[in-house]
Design a protein around this ligand. Structure first.
Ligand SMILES: NC(=O)C1=CN([C@@H]2O[C@H](COP(=O)(O)OP(=O)(O)OC[C@H]3O[C@@H](n4cnc5c(N)ncnc54)[C@H](O)[C@@H]3O)[C@@H](O)[C@H]2O)C=CC1
Ligand SMILES: O=C(O)C(=O)COP(=O)(O)O
Length: 464
C-alpha cells in the first residue's frame, strides 16, 4: 500500500482517538516515544496509516533492541542476519518503507530506484559511505546513523592492539596454538614513552588519544580540520610529519575519494623503520599490497587490520579467501599482522545502544516527520502534537529547493489554520513540516492531490 496517501479519513481517525481504553486500537493508544522529554499534556500519537502496514527490512543482524523497539510500534519487521547483494536488494526492497543496515549493505542508486515505497534508511553504525546519500535525498529518503555509540569500542580495541603488536602477542598465540613454545623478547617493547600518530581526530581518534595518554604514550595527530587537542596531544600540519614521528600509526578517517589509499607506498616509505600500522576505519584507506611489501621489507614491525576493501556478506568458514581479495593468503603469511573481521564496533554495549538510537530515529521520522540528525536531509522538527490538538493534520512535504515552491504550498494551505510551520533546505532539497487544523475528510484528499501535483514536489506525507 502507498503510505503517503491518506487511508482513513480525518473524521474516522478522530473518532478512533476519542474511544476510551481498552476499546481504543493499540496503534492509537500509545504516546509517541521521543528521547528525553515527556511533556504535559500527553503527546498524541500521529499515524499516517495503520502501523501494521509499515514494512521494515532489517539486515546484517541489527541488534535485538532495534527489533523490539520497532515491533512495539506495530510495524511489520523482517529480520535477516546477513547482508544482501545488489541484485537481491533490488527485489527485496520493493514495498519496504524503511530499511536498516550496517556497514556492509550497499544501497546504490540502482537499489534506491527500485525502492518504490522507501521513505527512510537507518544505518545502524557510524559510516554512511555504503549509501548513495545524495540520490537518496533527491528521492526524499532521509538517512540516519549512530554517530558515536561505538566510538569507545573502537578506541578500546585499538589500545589492545597497540600492546599486542608491540609484544607480538598475535604471533606467539598462533604458535602456541600449534604446539610451539617460543619465549622471546627480541623486538618486543613497552608502549610507555612511544609516540602514537592518529590520522583523523574525530569521535574515535580523540577517544583513542585520551586512552593512549593514560597508558604513557605521546600523541600527535593529523586532521584536515583544526581540532582542539585533548590532554597533551599535538596537532601536526601534515600527514608526512606524522608518519615521520610516530611509532604507532592509527587511521580513523571516513571512506572518501580523498582517503582512498591514503596510506600507500610513499607513506610507508616516510614511516620510521620498525613502525606499526593500525586500520580500523575503512578498507579503502590502506593499500594492502603496499602494506604487505612494507611488512616483508621490515619497514613495518607489525599491523592490525579490522577492515578490508571487500568483506563477506555474512559469517562463515572459508569466506575470507583470495576470491574476495586477491592478496588474502599473502597477507596471512606476513609476520605480526593481527587480522580481525570488522569487529571494531562489535560490543554488546555499542550494538544495544545503536539499536535503540537508530530505531528511535526511524520511528520519529515515520510517525512525526522529525528529521533532526539526518545525515543527508534538511533537519526539521515541530513540537509533538498533544491530545488537545484535535482535528490537526501534519503535512510533510519534501521538494526541490527552487524559488516559488513555498508560495505555491502556502496557497494550497491557505484555507486552513496553520498552527505551526517549519521549513529548511540542504543543498538541492527542501523539507517543510506544517500542522494545519480544520481538515475535513474531503479536504484532506484534495490537499494531498494538490500538493502532489506541484512541479517541485519530491514526496508528500500526511500524518493525522
Ligand atoms: N571498524 C569499525 O567497526 C568501525 C569503523 N568506523 C570507521 O571509522 C571512521 C571514523 O569514525 P569517527 O571518528 O566516528 O568519524 P568522525 O567523522 O568523527 O572523524 C573523522 C575525522 O577524520 C577527519 N578527516 C576526514 N578526511 C580526512 C583526511 N583526508 N585527512 C585527515 N583527516 C580527515 C575529519 O575531519 C574528522 O575529524 C568512520 O567513518 C568509519 O568508517 C567507525 C566505527 C566502527
Ligand atoms: O560503525 C561503523 O561505521 C562500522 O564500521 C561498524 O560497522 P558494523 O556495524 O560492524 O557493520
Amino acid at each position: 500500500m502507498d503510505i503517503s496517501k491518506p487511508r482513513q479519513t480525518v473524521d474516522e481517525s478522530m473518532n478512533q482517538l476519542s474511544l476510551s481504553p481498552p476499546d481504543k486500537p493499540s496503534f492509537l493508544t500509545g504516546t509517541v516515544r521521543a528521547p528525553g522529554s515527556y511533556s504535559q499534556p500527553p503527546k498524541r500519537a500521529l499515524k499516517p496509516f495503520a502501523s501494521e502496514d509499515i514494512k521494515i527490512l532489517l539486515l546484517e543482524n541489527v541488534n535485538q533492541s532495534a527489533l523490539g523497539n520497532l515491533k512495539e510500534q506495530g510495524y511489520q519487521v523482517e529480520f535477516l542476519k546477513s547482508s544482501l547483494s545488489e541484485d537481491e536488494l533490488v527485489e527485496k526492497i520493493k514495498g519496504v518503507h524503511a530499511v536498516g543496515i550496517r556497514s556492509k549493505t550497499r544501497l546504490t542508486r540502482r537499489v534506491l530506484e527500485a525502492a518504490d515505497n522507501l521513505i527512510v534508511i537507518g544505518c545502524f553504525c557510524i559510516g554512511t559511505n555504503q549509501v548513495d546519500l545524495e540520490f537518496a535525498a533527491e528521492r526524499g529518503i532521509a538517512v540516519f546513523n549512530s554517530p558515536y555509540a561505538n566510538s569507545r569500542s573502537v578506541a578500546e580495541l585499538v589500545i589492545g592492539e597497540i600492546i599486542c603488536l608491540s609484544r607480538q602477542v598475535g604471533d606467539r598465540s598462533m604458535e602456541i596454538h600449534y604446539g610451539e613454545w617460543n619465549k622471546v623478547s627480541n623486538g618486543c617493547w613497552e608502549i610507555r614513552g612511544k609516540t602514537l600518530g592518529i590520522i583523523g581526530y574525530g569521535h574515535i581518534g580523540s577517544q583513542l588519544s585520551v586512552l593512549a595518554e593514560a597508558m604513557g604514550l605521546h600523541v600527535v595527530y593529523y586532521d584536515v580540520l583544526p581540532i582542539m587537542p585533548l590532554g597533551s596531544a599535538k596537532q601536526l600540519s601534515s600527514l608526512h610529519e606524522l608518519l615521520h614521528r610516530a611509532d604507532f600509526i592509527s587511521c580513523h578517517v571516513p571512506a572518501s575519494p580523498e582517503t582512498k589509499n591514503m596510506i600507500s607506498n610513499a607513506e610507508f616509505a616516510a614511516m620510521k623503520n620498525g613502525s606499526y600500522l593500525i586500520n580500523a576505519s575503512r578498507g579503502t584507506v590502506v593499500d594492502i599490497p603496499s602494506m604487505i611489501a612494507a611488512s616483508k621489507s621490515g619497514k613495518l614491525a607489525g599491523a592490525a587490520i579490522d577492515v578490508y576493501p571487500a568483506e563477506p556478506a555474512g559469517n562463515g568458514k572459508g569466506k575470507f579467501a583470495d576470491s574476495l581479495n586477491s592478496w588474502t593468503s599473502e597477507l596471512c603469511s606476513c609476520r605480526n599482522i593481527i587480522m580481525t573481521p570488522h569487529i571494531g564496533g562489535s560490543t554488546e554495549e555499542a550494538q544495544y545502544n545503536i539499536g535503540l538510537e537508530v530505531s528511535d530515529a526511524l520511528t520519529r521520522y515515520i510517525n512525526e516527520g522529525n528529521s533532526v540528525s539526518a545525515v543527508n536531509f534538511p533537519e526539521v522538527s515541530l513540537r509533538s502534537l498533544t491530545e488537545a490538538d484535535t482535528n490537526v493534520v501534519r503535512v510533510l512535504f519534501a521538494h526541490k529547493n527552487v524559488p516559488g515552491v513555498l508560495r505555491q504550498v502556502n496557497e494550497i494551505l491557505v484555507n486552513h489554520n496553520i498552527k505551526a510551520q517549519f521549513s529548511d533546505s540542504r543543498g538541492e532539497i527542501a523539507y517543510l513540516v506544517a500542522d494545519i487544523s480544520d481538515c475535513s475528510s474531503s479536504s484532506l484528499e484534495t490537499l494531498h492531490s494538490r500538493l502532489e501535483s506541484l512541479p517541485g514536489k519530491i514526496n508528500t506525507r500526511l500524518l493525522y
